[in-house]
Each structure stands twice: as structure tokens, then as C-alpha cells.
Design a protein. Structure first.
Length: 373
């Protein structure tokens, strides 16, 4: 008898945490994957009111409160050009749980999951936990994922392919044409397109398009969350949107691993989604300004950085030894390898930090660049 499951022995704690722990306490941390803004007041107030009135004392429906699901449904109508019945939504403990229930419900042991490399660390780990086989695909030069590469990676064993736009770690935004292709691939090959849209409101150039709009079958599951859009990473509130039969299967998993999303967080999320949206635009434009400061700095150093069009990450191509040299200068960035084999030769820089901090960090990066050249 073994002590631990083979599945859990196959995964390890994300490389990102290791970088934080190695950096000194006074380092400038550009390794973070969360906005540095406060949660909007009206969202906090809604949770406080729910706690004080006792409205959030008990379990909610497994799918989440109807009022929250109506707010999510209205949000998809307003922002994303597709309609989803409130019954076809499950509120989850962040986008993380949403990805987990989607993969658990759709992947059998031995089946394959195709996802971008470099890509968000959970895709590989959650595939392994579901007993699936990871099939990372490399990216185009501009760090978007090529639908043709996804189609070429699909075999009879493929259950799911993951699309993530805007992307963590690259900041790349897929074009509408690409998203239409992903929808077609899901339809034609009868595989599930799992589209991770948690950065969807943080786009600087172009627009976000969801494959959900274009698919003719129900082979698309949307994952989204309040985490990045409303600076609510600590609240743990996300969701899945899908067809009735898919929601029914994902609910079986969600019911046993989570029962329901945290009730106070559901009240906060409902207020965030249905309240004033100017806070989102304020954060988006602050990130855009920071992106431009960072890109100018990287460009000055002679580093080649595919222009990130969304999220709050940049991924320059860096010389050998650069990431360590930057960390030695007291600036935490994450080595590209933390996001997959094809991330080698890149570093992820998060610009969820104020402009003055970024400028200071750029000076550290400049010294590091000079040192390794
Ligand atoms: C691409 C992507 N998807 C999902 C998540 C999970 O977000 P949450 O905090 O809502 O679980 C993250 C968090 O960093 C992410 O970057």
C-alpha cells in the first residue's frame, strides 16, 4: 500500500511560491498574480450587511444564490454578447475551483487535455489530479495560441482544450478570428473548449471575445471570477457557465468538494457585478499606464517583449541568468519555466504595482541586464 495517491505525487507546489520565499523581505515583488487595488466599497458593504443581518449565515443553494446567478447572467448579456440562464451557472470558490470542477467532470483517466505553454500553472496540475494526460502546446511568436496548433494536438483521446485570454502569464489577447476557430474546433472535433476568462475586463488593445458566442454545440464551458476584475482575490468567488447537462455534471463535483461558495462572498460578488462598473475602468486604465511604463523600460534595455494586450503581466525574452540577476537586485520576477517548458528564455513580470515602484524595479532590471550581457 502506498502512503499517498499517485496523482498527488505527480504534482508539486507552484514554482511561483518558491521565488517569493527565496526573495528578501524588502524586495519589490513583481511576482504577484493579483491586483493591488482595494475591493470596491459597495462590494465590501454588501458582505458586511449580509453578515450583520444573518443573511449569509447558512448554506446557499449549491449553485449559489439566485440573485448572484441573475447578476452573473446579466453581466454576460452586458459584456460578453451571450446569454446564459441563471440555472446554467455555478458559483465556485474562485476561478480555481471552477477549473477544477470543469476538468473533473469532463476528463477520464488517460484522456488528454491540451493547454497553452507557457500557461497558467493550474491547467497541468488539475489535469493530473483528474487522472488526465497534459498536452501543452507552444505559442506563436506573439505569445497567442494558434488554433491550428491546438487542432494538430487533438487526438481521439482529447477530452478538453483550454483557452486563456487575456493570458496569464503572457498578457496576450486572442483575436476574434482565433476565438471563432476555437469554437469551430470544439464543434468539429466534439471536444470541450474550456475558456478561462478571468482577465476578460482587463484588455488594453482590441476586445475580448468569448468562444461561447460562436460555438454551435454546447462544447464550451466558460470560467470567470470576480478575483481580477474587482480586485477580490481574497474573497474566492468565481463561476462556470455552460449548458444544462454540463452544469448538472459539474454540480455533482462542486456539491461534494465545496457545497456552495462562501455566502458572504456571494453577496459581495452580486454587488460588484451589478453595481457601478467605473471601478473596473479605473483599474484597467491604471494597468494600461503601468504596462506602457514597463514596456518602455524593457525596450530601453533592449529586451524583446511581445506587447501584452491585457491582464497585468509582461513576458520579455531574457538572456541566460537574467531572472536570477534581477532577483539578486531585489526585484522578484518569475522565471518563464514556472509556466511550462516553452516558457524557458522568458520571465513573467507582473505590473500590479504603482508606477513609482515599477520605475524603481526597472532600474534594478537595467542593472541586472547590464550585468548578464
Ligand atoms: C489564468 C487564471 N485563471 C484562473 C485563476 C484563478 O483565479 P481565482 O483567484 O479566482 O481562483 C488565475 C489566478 O491567478 C489565473 O491567472
Amino acid at each position: 500500500m502506498t502512503e499517498f495517491s499517485g496523482r498527488v505525487e505527480e504534482i508539486s507546489i507552484s514554482g511561483i511560491r518558491e521565488v517569493f520565499e527565496a526573495a528578501g523581505a524588502d524586495a519589490i515583488n513583481l511576482g504577484l498574480g493579483q491586483p493591488d487595488f482595494p475591493t470596491p466599497e459597495h462590494a465590501k458593504r454588501a458582505a458586511i450587511d449580509a453578515i450583520e443581518s444573518g443573511a449569509s449565515d447558512a448554506y446557499t443553494s449549491n449553485k449559489g444564490t439566485l440573485a448572484l446567478r441573475e447578476a452573473i447572467s446579466a453581466k454576460h448579456d452586458r459584456d460578453n454578447g451571450f446569454s446564459v440562464d441563471p440555472e446554467h451557472l455555478i458559483a465556485t470558490a474562485g476561478g480555481s475551483e471552477a477549473l477544477h470542477v470543469a476538468l473533473e467532470a469532463h476528463v477520464d483517466p488517460g484522456q488528454e487535455v491540451v493547454y497553452p505553454d507557457p500557461g497558467f500553472v493550474s491547467y497541468e496540475a488539475l489535469t493530473l489530479l483528474a487522472g488526465g494526460t497534459p498536452r501543452p502546446v507552444g505559442l506563436r511568436d506573439d505569445l497567442t495560441m494558434d488554433p491550428a496548433a491546438v487542432e494538430a494536438a487533438i487526438t481521439d483521446d482529447t477530452a478538453v482544450f483550454v483557452v486563456n485570454s487575456p493570458s496569464n502569464p503572457t498578457g496576450a489577447v486572442q483575436s476574434e478570428a482565433d476565438m471563432r476557430e476555437f469554437a469551430r474546433i470544439a464543434d468539429d472535433h466534439d471536444v470541450l473548449c474550456l475558456t478561462d476568462e478571468v482577465y476578460e475586463r482587463l484588455v488594453f488593445d482590441g476586445e475580448h471575445h468569448s468562444p461561447m458566442r460562436y460555438a454551435e454545440t454546447d462544447n464550451v464551458v466558460v470560467v470567470n471570477a470576480c478575483s481580477k476584475t474587482y480586485s477580490m482575490t481574497g474573497w474566492r468567488l468565481g463561476w462556470v457557465a455552460a449548458s444544462e447537462r454540463r452544469v448538472e455534471r459539474m454540480l455533482r463535483v462542486h456539491q461534494y468538494v465545496q457545497a456552495c461558495a462562501s455566502a458572504p462572498a456571494q453577496f459581495a460578488a452580486e454587488a460588484a457585478l451589478s453595481g457601478p462598473q467605473d471601478v473596473v475602468e479605473e483599474m484597467r486604465s491604471a494597468f494600461e499606464e503601468r504596462r506602457d511604463v514597463l514596456l518602455d523600460g524593457l525596450d530601453d534595455m533592449g529586451l524583446d517583449t511581445p506587447t501584452p494586450q491585457g491582464a497585468f503581466y509582461a513576458m520579455p525574452r531574457v538572456p541566460e541568468g537574467w531572472t536570477q540577476a534581477v532577483i539578486d537586485e531585489g526585484v522578484v520576477v518569475v522565471p518563464g519555466e514556472a509556466f511550462g517548458e516553452h516558457g524557458a528564455g522568458y520571465a513573467r513580470i507582473s505590473y500590479a504595482a504603482g508606477v513609482e515602484t515599477l520605475k524603481e524595479a526597472i532600474e534594478g532590471m537595467r542593472r541586472a541586464t547590464d550585468a548578464v550581457r
